[in-house]
Design a protein around this ligand. Structure first.
Ligand SMILES: Nc1ncnc2c1ncn2[C@@H]1O[C@H](COP(=O)(O)OP(=O)(O)OP(=O)(O)O)[C@@H](O)[C@H]1O
Ligand SMILES: [Mg+2]
Length: 339
């Protein structure tokens, strides 16, 4: 039994019963009853992402080709991840997911694929504070100039020449970070590079910047699955819900967005939210949970390696493996997961 606080309540036992008292959850329940989840962000806080309204509008016109469109009948193979809040583990996940796909593809092929002939590409689209190259301890070969110029210069040969390859067989496309770079790239050139990467590699994993850019909706529409990473905390769930609402509103359901809960503790403590609280708040099922595993993820960062290269049997690595299997299933679609 917890010690009594000066207010006469037992420490830790006061919030579990009043969980439904969280504004986050109450609000979601009201939204679900009135079937107006997508209106939340618009009416409550006017969250409107200014893509298509900026100077770069011209890049987002209808003549922007629908690049990366998945070939019908194929297993999903182009995935993007975006964090609902900072530091939720999006880049760690992108790195490990790429490693997982690289390992599973190479172990599945008769001749073990050589790292010089990678099948998986990790693309860091955060040109200001990206960290995929740092997580893999690689030097980026792509430059901002490559992505600011004309899309005509981008083809598969050019793209192939700009990858840095990790010894695990993950190809990386990333630029050195530069302030203001996310707004300076040419969206059509970025899309042309993604298109070339989709042609070159079996699986493409994209780490998106957390703040929306004029081109991010185009990328989100083009990928097979968008993973929105968040944690089981009130601020992170609020941010995830706002982001989902915004995605639904702006994409008219054309983005296949799913929530991935990272740093998830299976044991339920008092004063903690539970998975079903998160699903109520989000208005949809969570695609996958990844356990809290600070030792493995820290060691990976310390070594500049994907977690799976150091601890292939760690709980975090196994959770990412399960996610990779789920992502490759064709059936994943937003309606199937609606709570
Ligand atoms: N499952 C996990 N368990 C424990 N710690 C984790 C887990 N996943 C990631 N971390 C840790 O969280 C921190 C942030 O990770 P990471 O840089 O991948 O997050 P991010 O969402 O990409 O951050 P940013 O918003 O800066 O891009 C790192 O210290 C990482 O080791
Ligand atoms: Mg990151």
């Amino acid at each position: 039994m917890g010690k009594r606080s000066r207010w006469g309540r037992r420490r830790g036992d006061n919030r579990i019963e009043s969980k439904s008292g969280y504004a986050l959850i109450q609000d979601a329940e009201t939204d679900i009853e009135t079937d107006e989840i997508s209106g939340f962000a618009i009416e409550e806080d006017g969250l409107s992402i200014p893509e298509f309204e900026t100077e770069q509008d011209k890049f987002e016109t209808e003549d922007t080709p629908s690049l990366l469109a998945p070939a019908s009948g194929d297993a999903p193979r182009v995935f993007a991840l975006v964090g609902a809040t900072g530091g939720v583990g999006t880049t760690s996940l992108a790195t490990q997911l790429a490693h997982e796909f690289a390992v599973s593809i190479s172990s599945g092929s008769a001749s073990r694929s050589h790292p010089a002939d990678p099948k998986v590409c990790l693309i860091d689209l955060d040109f200001e504070s990206g960290a995929c190259a740092h997580h893999l301890d690689l030097l980026p070969s792509l430059t901002l100039e490559d992505l600011s110029g004309s899309p005509e210069q981008i083809d598969t040969a050019f793209t192939q020449a700009l990858v840095s390859t990790h010894e695990s067989g993950v190809a990386l496309l990333a630029t050195p970070n530069s302030i203001g770079a996310n707004a300076r790239v040419n969206p059509k050139t970025v899309m042309a590079m993604l298109d070339a990467a989709a042609e070159l590699f079996d699986v493409v994993i994209i780490d998106l910047p957390r703040y929306m850019q004029p081109w991010t909706m185009s990328v989100m529409r083009a990928v097979d699955v968008l993973g929105l990473t968040c944690e089981l905390t009130i601020p992170s769930l609020h941010a995830a819900r706002e982001r989902l609402a915004n995605i639904k509103m702006t994409s008219n359901g054309s983005i296949n967005a799913h929530v991935i809960l990272n740093k998830f503790e299976r044991r339920s403590f008092k004063n903690t939210l539970r998975l079903n609280d998160a699903e109520t708040a989000l208005g949809q099922s969570v695609l996958s949970t990844l356990c809290l595993d600070p030792d493995t993820t820290r060691e990976a960062l310390n070594c500049g390696e994907p977690a799976g290269a150091i601890r292939p049997e760690a709980r975090y690595v196994k959770d990412v493996r399960k996610l990779a299997q789920l992502l490759r299933q064709e059936q994943i679609n937003p309606l199937a997961l609606a709570a």
